[in-house]
Ligand binder design. Structure first.
Ligand code: CTP
Length: 409
């Protein structure tokens, strides 16, 4: 039995990046050998085992054949006869297809090291096509290593295009796709993920609502970058630069979907895009079973982002309705995330990236005066039930009116 370190651990060590988890491949062993050594099997017929002490993953060297569509459609062939080279050739990228033994000796049959030097994300062999999730993985690696100058090899992009056109991507489960999407959005350059998906035609399959934004113009006075798709990528880039959490990044990606369905004769204006986008945002949310906080924030940002941009012009009653829609009295954090997403939207415009966004503090101030209205005096006056709610609303309205006056003086 020979054991090698493989995949991301080898790649990231060679790149001088921190190694988080280590995957191992075991050559010359059977499942029985592993069980005899105390390893715990991960699944009934999946040749992966967990180390009894470290909990790290040890996979038997295997070749893989495709037997059906999508996940679960794999059959694995693992046996003590499968060589290291046979295992490595069925991996996704050359930079992920290197192995290291316990002496630190590298096995690199597919020139992974050279591709690391050349900054190339290149598939190892046609076996790449066995798992369509790899289209998303490559786009995610492109986002992660963009700052190092990596790009997708043209022949790999072509293969990704063929996979996207084949209909295989539709067979991916929501869970597997979301895992890739959410990890990619948390990279430093998440806009590269979307751009690469677009370049290979995968975006049109996975998120046609986002793909539709490219080529749609906006008024140059507000949006010097003009193109709505380009704007969306910049908003995402800003969100990463400002270290925003996943929910904010997800909301940034989806905030303008309504602009993709504006009739051409109305271009470059997009009246009512906030409302028109809601159905589309809901569809994307549900397609990937995004976590609840991501779904909610995306819908709220979609509906109210232009409110935030015009915060100082809103009537007191509209401001209060906005605060109520966010349930800001009980969920202040979500309102903060909304403000953050709107600020990223404003900054994601060509040449306006560093322009101040006073709307943010203005909205925070309004929320804080509304929140400061005390219930106790109203209870003491004998209000209860719906009357109490109405009295509270009027007090909050008064407080916001006073706030507006104070802010404008
Ligand atoms: N792998 C693959 N195809 C996949 C998933 C994984 O070929 N769809 C192989 C690659 O060789 C990869 C290794 O399995 O390097 C480990 O996969 P994983 O732990 O998912 O990714 P890492 O490459 O370690 O990358 P990350 O840093 O993102 O975890």
């Amino acid at each position: 039995m020979r054991i090698y370190k493989v995949g991301g651990a080898v790649r990231d060590r060679l790149l001088g990046r921190p190694v988080t988890d280590i995957d191992w491949v075991v050559v010359g062993a059977s499942a029985q050998d592993m069980l005899a050594k105390g390893f715990r099997p991960v699944g009934a017929d999946f040749p992966v085992f967990l180390h009894p002490k470290t909990g790290e993953e040890y996979a038997l060297a295997r070749t893989e054949r495709k037997s059906g569509r999508g996940y679960g459609g794999f059959t694995f062939h693992a046996s003590p006869e499968v060589t290291l080279e046979e295992d490595l050739i069925r991996r996704d990228l050359t930079i992920n297809a290197m192995a290291e033994d316990d002496q630190g000796l590298l096995t690199d049959p597919y020139s992974g090291q050279k591709d690391l030097e050349d900054r190339l994300l290149r598939h190892v062999s046609p076996a790449f096509a066995e798992d369509p999730l790899r289209v998303l993985r490559v786009a995610r690696f492109a986002a992660r290593y963009a700052e190092l100058g990596f790009r997708v090899a043209p022949e790999t992009l072509e293969l990704m295009r063929q996979l996207s056109e084949s209909g295989e991507l539709q067979a991916l489960t929501a869970e597997r796709s979301w895992k890739e999407i959410s990890r990619a959005l948390m990279e430093d350059q998440p806009q590269v993920f979307i751009q690469v998906l677009r370049d290979c035609g995968a975006l049109a399959v996975l998120m046609p609502e986002v793909d539709a934004l490219f080529g749609v113009p906006q008024p140059p006075a507000h949006h010097p970058e003009i193109d709505t798709g380009v704007h969306t990528l910049s908003v995402l880039q800003q969100a990463a630069q400002h270290q925003q959490p996943l929910s904010v990044r997800w909301a940034c990606l989806l905030h303008d979907l309504g602009k993709g369905v504006t009739p051409e004769e109305e271009w470059p204006r997009h009246i009512g895009h906030e409302h028109k986008g809601l159905e589309l945002i809901k569809a994307v949310n549900e397609r990937f079973k995004a976590p609840r906080e991501c779904q909610e924030l995306a819908l709220l940002v979609g509906q109210y982002h232009t409110h935030a941009h015009k915060a100082q012009e809103l009537k007191a009653s509209t401001l209060l309705e906005l605060l109520q829609s966010f349930d800001v009295f009980r969920r202040p954090q979500r309102f903060e995330e909304f403000i953050a997403a709107c600020e990223m939207d404003a900054r994601g415009r060509l040449g306006l990236e560093s322009r101040p966004y006073p709307q943010a503090d203005y909205l925070r101030g309004a929320a804080s005066v509304a929140r400061a209205v005390a219930v106790q005096p109203l209870l003491e006056q004998g209000f209860k039930g719906p009357e109490l709610g109405e009295a509270l609303r009027l007090e909050r309205l008064k407080a916001i009116k006073a706030y507006k006056e104070q802010q404008s003086s």
